[in-house]
Design a protein around this ligand. Structure first.
Ligand code: PAF
Length: 284
């Protein structure tokens, strides 16, 4: 892979990387489509990264279907599928990790200790191997995107981080490989995530600025759905992902919700009325 990437760079190609854990859906193919527009060589990686799963999480049963993923990637015009073996990525004696401090411990990091250390480590390794000019990530994992961007800045990485919009089903459910675990009933109940996010946005539009109140709105909607259990429902600064007291600047409403054993996350960008927002620079 490194040799190919070196050769492509040598020929003046622009390399776009779409890192995935497989079980590909339209959210992933949208990332590839964007990379296809902007790059002359598109490389997709499929690697279920053991280092980002906790001991009680779904690493073993995470959906894997490489032949089907390969077919989908060929259809959307990927030039190279990079699907390394675990032992190649993490050889015996592997003990070097990347930890982006502070932000890795909040939200997802609080519920999934060590998760972002695993993500940052594998993404840095993929960047080293594939040497992309640009790497494409979905905004459903808003915190992941932020952490990878901070790592890229802190470590002077060459890759530009491109953040792409969330792709949703017709009823608003954000696409995720984990949606495949949902029973029919849980799938119906999962609509509650987007409903709760929209309710927070509507309350904000109606003049509510107090973050606790907006969080309360989201919680009440989710708690009314008997199959859903809130892990977190917060309003955080879009800039730093730190909790806010008042929505005076652009924010994300962020959610993690259990439907049975399946844990789903989602988020929605929310902002005060135009002109009301304090000066804001979205830095990534
Ligand atoms: O978002 C994902 O699928 C994974 O966290 C990533 C970025 C491919 C790293 O394993």
């Amino acid at each position: 892979m490194k040799e190919y990437a070196r050769g492509a760079r040598g020929e003046g190609r622009v390399i776009g990387l779409v890192p995935t854990m497989g079980a590909l859906h339209e959210g992933h193919t949208a990332l590839v489509a964007r990379a296809r527009q902007e790059c002359s060589r598109v490389i997709a990686s499929v690697f279920v990264n053991p280092k980002q799963f906790g001991p009680k999480e779904d690493y073993k049963k995470y959906p894997r279907d490489l032949p089907q993923d390969a077919e989908k990637l060929a259809l959307v015009g990927v030039d190279v599928l990079f699907a390394p073996e675990t032992a190649d990525v993490y050889p015996d004696g592997f003990r070097t990790y990347v930890h982006v401090e502070g932000i890795s411990e909040r939200l997802e990091g609080r519920s999934r200790p060590g998760h972002f250390r695993g993500v940052a480590t594998v993404v840095l390794k993929l960047f080293e191997i594939v040497q992309p000019h640009f790497a494409y990530f979905g905004r459903k994992d808003a915190q992941q995107v932020r952490i990878i961007s901070e790592m890229a800045r802190d470590l002077n990485l060459d890759a530009g981080i491109v953040v792409c919009p969330i792709v949703r089903e017709a009823d608003g459910l954000a696409l995720s490989s984990r949606n495949a675990y949902l029973s029919d009933q849980e799938r119906k109940a999962a609509r509650v995530l987007y409903r709760a996010l929209l309710a927070a946005r509507n309350e904000l539009a109606a003049g509510v600025r107090d973050a606790m109140q907006l969080q309360g709105v989201m919680r009440r909607i989710i708690e009314a759905e008997s199959l859903a259990v809130v892990d977190y429902a917060e309003i955080v600064s879009a800039d730093t992902l730190e909790p806010v007291v008042r929505v005076a600047r652009p924010c994300f409403a962020v959610l993690a919700v259990f439907l049975g054993k399946v844990r789903l996350i989602d988020n929605l960008f929310i902002e005060p009325a135009p002109g009301e927002s304090e000066e804001f620079v979205f830095q990534l």
